[in-house]
Design a protein around this ligand. Structure first.
Ligand code: KG4
Ligand code: ZN
Length: 348
């Protein structure tokens, strides 16, 4: 074993994740309970239901993670937990459990920012303990974090050192996928449903790309309105809605906006590589388009497997590994912070 063995808890939204990660890199267990099927009935997340489901699943996930890893409490070096950003009711479940476990088992507590977790998913490996670790991502690293709640372009100078280059001025990329999914009567969550519908489809139109004040900011709400107008047009004319074609046109517009700005930022800041994180990083077209455009500049694209892109405990264990090594410790005063931000450094 190399490095601390950390029990990591993620409960910021509608996934309940508990993992055991060694040295911020090796996954020994990564149990996730998702509420997707439940929220499909309402077409979106109802925060009170999400919090109640966190309570329902957190102990079973904890037990499953401990059993899978084979680690008993004596073999653990710390307990880590997401304390923001996220839904307050959901966050509280994980934070309170982590605090209780740390006290009862006399283990240090590490608080982790959820966005940092998405970034550190790029450090994870499930290689067996007797195999060497894959190489670590190199700095400076440009990170595109695209989830249901966030869209941020982050320049990572070193472990724990970040500059925010740009972010969405309105909807997050995943939120846009989910809202457009609803406009097209596709099942929740919209992201996977839209990318499925778009496979092999010819774009039905070309949606406009948004202009933003900041060179690395994003805006998706105008695009969502444009999709709504397009759908309404077909309805008014009594024509069948070309769902697949509209899904393809929408996906193309989102991916183009994300990829273009990321490539320009990568060039301007002379980064060693670009890393993706967050649920939308599971999108096949985004992965392929970005990889192709970066390859033209000789830059590698790092992308975690889809299961580590969407919310999970392992990514929190990865970020916690580096926070723990840096001496970061929380205590029983740790509070859930719904709008928690990373401690941004000034632009270089
Ligand atoms: O990171 P995540 O699991 O939760 C948050 O922290 O928000 O991201 C969930 C988001 C949802 O909006 C979902 O529609 C989107 O990720 N998503 C996708 C895909 N898979 C999940 N978006 C586009 N394409 C996908 N394949
Ligand atoms: Zn997330």
């Amino acid at each position: 074993m190399s490095g601390p063995r950390i029990l990591a808890i993620e409960s910021s939204c509608d996934e309940t994740g508990v993992a055991v990660v060694v040295g911020g890199r090796r996954i020994e267990a990564n149990q996730v309970a998702t509420q997707v099927a439940l929220h499909a009935a309402t077409g979106g997340i109802v925060p009170e239901i999400a919090a109640r489901q966190q309570l329902r699943w957190i102990i079973p996930m904890l037990e499953a993670a401990l059993e899978t890893s084979g680690a008993d409490w004596g073999a653990l070096d710390a307990v880590a937990v997401t304390y923001g950003p996220g839904l307050i009711g959901s966050l509280l479940v994980g934070v309170n459990l982590a605090k209780a476990l740390a006290v009862v088992h006399d283990l240090p507590l590490v608080g982790v920012n959820h966005i940092e977790g998405h970034i550190y998913a790029n450090w994870l490996t499930d290689a067996p303990a007797d195999e060497p670790l894959p190489p670590e991502p190199e700095f400076p690293l440009l990170c595109l974090v695209v989830s249901g709640g966030h869209t941020q372009l982050v320049l990572m100078h070193d472990h724990g050192r970040y500059t925010l280059l740009g972010q969405t001025v309105d909807d997050a990329a995943g939120e846009a996928f989910d809202k457009v999914g609803r406009l097209l009567d596709l099942p929740y969550p919209g992201g996977p449903a839209i990318s499925e519908a778009a496979v092999g489809a010819i774009p039905a139109t070309r949606f406009p790309r948004a202009r933003t004040d900041g060179p690395y900011d994003f805006s998706f709400s105008g695009l969502k309105t444009a999709v709504g107008r397009e759908v309404a047009g077909y309805r008014e004319r009594g024509e069948p809605i070309p769902v697949d074609g509209i899904a393809a046109a929408f996906e193309e517009a989102v991916v183009d906006a994300l990829a273009s700005k990321t490539v320009v930022a990568a060039r301007e800041h002379g980064v060693a590589a670009v890393a993706l994180g967050g649920g939308v990083a599971a999108n096949r077209v985004l992965r392929a388009t970005l990889a192709e455009r970066l390859a033209a500049d000789g830059l590698p694209l790092l992308v975690p497997p889809p299961a580590w892109c969407t919310d999970n405990g392992a990514m929190i264990g990865a970020a916690a590994g580096f926070r723990f090594a840096a001496g970061d410790r929380a205590d029983a005063s740790l509070e859930a912070i719904p709008n928690l931000a990373l401690p941004w450094l000034e632009a270089p």
